[in-house]
Design a protein around this ligand. Structure first.
Ligand SMILES: [Mg+2]
Length: 372
């Protein structure tokens, strides 16, 4: 079996000249083989940048577009091809968008392998530890603190026992952050599991430390990305400052970045995104590092149903992989791109025994939002 084509599909809901936010654009890849088997993958990144990483012609030994490296190769040699992509893009890649693009292709290769061997991906990864995975819901809060009560109430009624909110205005003004957390805590009650996500917008250790103390009475389960992941000393100093756990790492890629982050930042929870960190192959290595550092891995995931399907297959085959994120984005790329989106039911996502990722794409929706 040989790879004969890699198609890159860029999707975007708002027009190019208008603001776009999390969940409103996506990069998909379709890896086609000479047998007719097709693998699907995605990366939650800047679609146009990742597209260039894949489609660029070769400039030299270490500046090759990923497609030029893979045409003619056997898609079943997943690790060998991962290494080939890593080495062949080493000047332009190694971190960031270079690895985001590799992630999309790696996921597509696992999709192909599962179809070829006719066993689920979780089986290829070593076996299924669980039938369902607990999911927490993530939403972007609205500006008026009190209005967030309605969102939280609705999600609690849907069966969520754990919620996270962040993005939007969170992190802009300390007093607004305080009021949003207060309103939502009042709505869901004292016992409910709540997480907040600052997307690094508290910027400095000093501001984060002050906010940690101010929010302590709201009994948060974790505080995510209070500061930039590069400020590893800042993370380490925040650790243990309050009862809340510290989470982070969604912006990091490869075992190399996660090794440093786990050792020096000492987070309680690490959150690689399977569509950014290097795909399913690299995620497994990062998981082992997390275990060796006494840190729980809870994957980041706020994009399409492709990311969701890949994350579920990975976690199912992971000994401690019992918690995941479930986007509450109303973007059509989350709600409708995958026609058989894995459903949230009574607090959990069931692990399907499907062949491949099992995602059925809505080709009409792709036509509608495709960037040409
Ligand atoms: Mg986050």
């Amino acid at each position: 079996m040989k790879i004969v084509d890699i198609e890159v599909i860029e999707l975007r809901v708002p027009p190019m000249d208008q603001e776009c936010t999390w969940g409103e654009d996506a990069l998909l890849v379709k890896v086609t083989t000479d047998t007719g088997l097709v693998g699907i993958g995605e990366s939650d990144t800047s679609p146009m940048v990742a597209r260039a990483v894949i489609e660029a012609p070769s400039s030299n030994l270490y500046c090759s577009g990923l497609k030029s490296l893979l045409i003619g190769e056997n898609p079943l040699e997943i690790q060998k091809l991962w290494d080939k992509m890593y080495w062949g893009s080493n000047y332009l890649g190694r971190r960031g968008a270079g690895i985001h693009a590799i992630s999309a292709i790696d996921i597509a290769l696992w999709d192909i392998a599962s179809q070829f061997y006719q066993v689920p991906i979780h089986m290829l990864l070593g076996g299924k530890y669980r039938e369902k995975i607990k999911a927490y819901g993530t939403f972007i809060p609205v500006e008026e603190p009190i209005e967030n009560k309605k969102i939280a109430k609705k999600l609690k009624e849907q069966g969520f026992t754990s919620l996270k909110f962040g993005g939007g205005v969170m992190g802009d003004y300390d007093d607004v952050d305080y009021e949003i957390v207060k309103a939502i805590r009042e709505e869901v009650g004292d016992e409910f599991e709540l997480q907040i996500d600052l997307a690094s917008k508290w910027n400095t250790y000093g501001r984060a430390a002050k906010m940690f103390k101010r929010l302590e009475k709201f009994n948060l389960n974790w505080i995510e990305e209070p500061i930039l992941a590069d400020d590893m000393k800042g993370y380490a100093k925040l650790s243990g400052l309050t009862g809340a756990k510290i989470a982070g790492g969604e912006s990091l890629t490869t075992r190399y970045e996660f090794k440093d982050f786990l050792e020096y930042a000492q987070p309680d929870i690490v959150q690689p995104d399977i569509t950014r960190c290097g795909g399913i192959s690299e995620m497994r290595k990062i998981f082992d590092l997390a275990v060796m550092n006494g840190t729980k891995l809870v994957p980041h995931g706020f994009s399409t149903g492709i990311l969701l399907a890949a994350t579920v297959q990975f976690l199912a085959a992971t000994q401690e992989g019992d918690l995941m994120e479930y986007s509450q984005s109303d973007s059509p790329l989350f709600t409708d791109l995958v026609k058989n989106l894995l459903p949230f039911e009574n607090g959990y996502i069931s692990v399907p025994d499907c062949i491949g990722l099992g995602v059925e794409l809505d080709e009409e929706l792709i036509k509608k939002y495709r960037v040409n």
